[in-house]
Design a binder for this molecule. Structure first.
Ligand code: A2P
Length: 339
């Protein structure tokens, strides 16, 4: 930290999985910081967290926590964002909120820096929203193709890692794997985060169900993609699935475009594309898997092929670390855009 240069940054939820990843991204990207305020619940107050060779004490989050703060990165859940983001903005901070609380608010830009960085300029509430992780990862692959061919509709299935459910998701998977490995059975008292056994299983249910049979997670793909791409008529249907993977989401996508597509051109579109690269050579069994992107900044796309059902359509497979690009990194990249 530099006494004169850089910004006063606060992290709300600094002790959480995404909060910790935000610290890692700030450090790795040499984000200019004058002062760093780490906020969490009263349970964590006084805990020391290392940052750039120093140790910083966590403080309890209150409405008075934001004096002098210029950028407030929120990642402590939607309820706390709703309660405290206004206080941070009133104190003069630009809030970058990782929850879903403000994403569909017309007065709050929803930003993927590689896609719609210009949107940050119009933030009447002083709040910028970080999109849903599966949406970010999908759009990282779809945006370069949209620029080439004009996106019309998306049919997707996600394969979402348990770390998307926080630290408890990882613990639940690991405990169940241990029991199964020892020849035991997973009992009901071992199913707390997920309604079904997750080890050795897949669960087609992420977030709560809504009236039309889709889950909230699936509707985020529809509504957030429309807002970020500024395509109000974009059609999206999606099935979100939890899989026994620790980290990195994968998404299988059929994308339909207004113009004819070409596989070689589509692959080439990812060359020199910030934040995403193609790993796509079926002859050498090269395609992205979740372990490839775990704790990495960039997303990977592969299995690019002409869809056999729809005209002007491509089928593809995209993988990205949902804690990093799907959350913490995207938020820090937004912070980098703020003057
Ligand atoms: P704490 O560690 O003190 O509970 P995760 O999603 O990984 O579980 O992280 C949630 C984050 O939100 C943690 O940093 C957690 O802090 C923080 N948090 C939870 N409840 C509160 C609260 N009432 N006030 C402030 N921070 C909270």
């Amino acid at each position: 930290m530099n006494a004169t240069n850089g910004k006063h940054v606060a992290i709300v939820g600094a002790t959480g999985a995404v909060g910790q990843e935000m610290l890692d991204c700030l450090e790795a990207r040499h984000f200019p910081i004058r002062e760093l305020t780490l906020l969490a619940s009263a349970r964590s107050a006084g805990r020391e967290i290392p940052f750039r060779g120093k140790s910083i004490k966590v403080k309890e989050l209150t409405h008075e926590s934001f004096e002098g703060v210029e950028i407030a990165l929120f990642s402590a859940g939607g309820d706390l964002s709703l309660e405290y983001a206004g206080s941070a903005a009133a104190a003069g901070a630009v809030v970058i909120d990782n929850s879903s609380a403000f994403r569909m608010d017309d007065q709050v830009p929803l930003v993927v820096p590689e896609v719609n960085p210009e949107a940050i300029a119009n933030r009447p509430k002083g709040i910028i929203a970080n999109p849903n992780c599966t949406t970010i990862i999908s759009l990282m692959a779809l945006y370069p193709l949209h620029k080439l061919y004009g996106l019309e509709s998306i049919i997707a299935s996600s394969y979402q890692a348990v770390s998307g459910s926080g630290a408890q998701g990882i613990i639940e998977l690991d405990e169940q794997i241990k029991v199964l490995g020892a020849g035991g059975v997973v009992t009901d008292d071992m199913k707390n985060v997920y309604p079904h056994q997750i080890a050795s299983n897949v669960i087609p249910h992420v977030d709560a169900f809504t009236e039309n049979g889709y889950t909230k997670e699936e509707l985020k793909m529809l509504n957030e993609s429309r807002k970020i791409l500024n395509l109000p008529d974009l059609k999206v249907t999606c099935t979100c699935v939890r899989v026994p993977v620790h980290r990195s989401h994968s998404v299988s996508i059929t994308a339909k475009f207004t113009h004819p597509v070409d596989v070689a051109d589509a692959r080439a579109a990812f060359a020199n594309c910030p934040g995403i690269a193609a790993k796509d050579n079926p002859d050498e069994q090269l395609y992205p898997v979740p372990l490839d992107t775990t704790q990495k900044d960039d997303c990977l796309v592969g299995r690019i092929r002409k869809d056999m059902v729809f005209k002007n359509a491509l089928a593809l497979w995209v993988v990205g670390d949902q804690v990093r690009k799907g959350a913490a990194l995207n938020a820090v990249q937004i912070a980098e855009l703020i003057e």
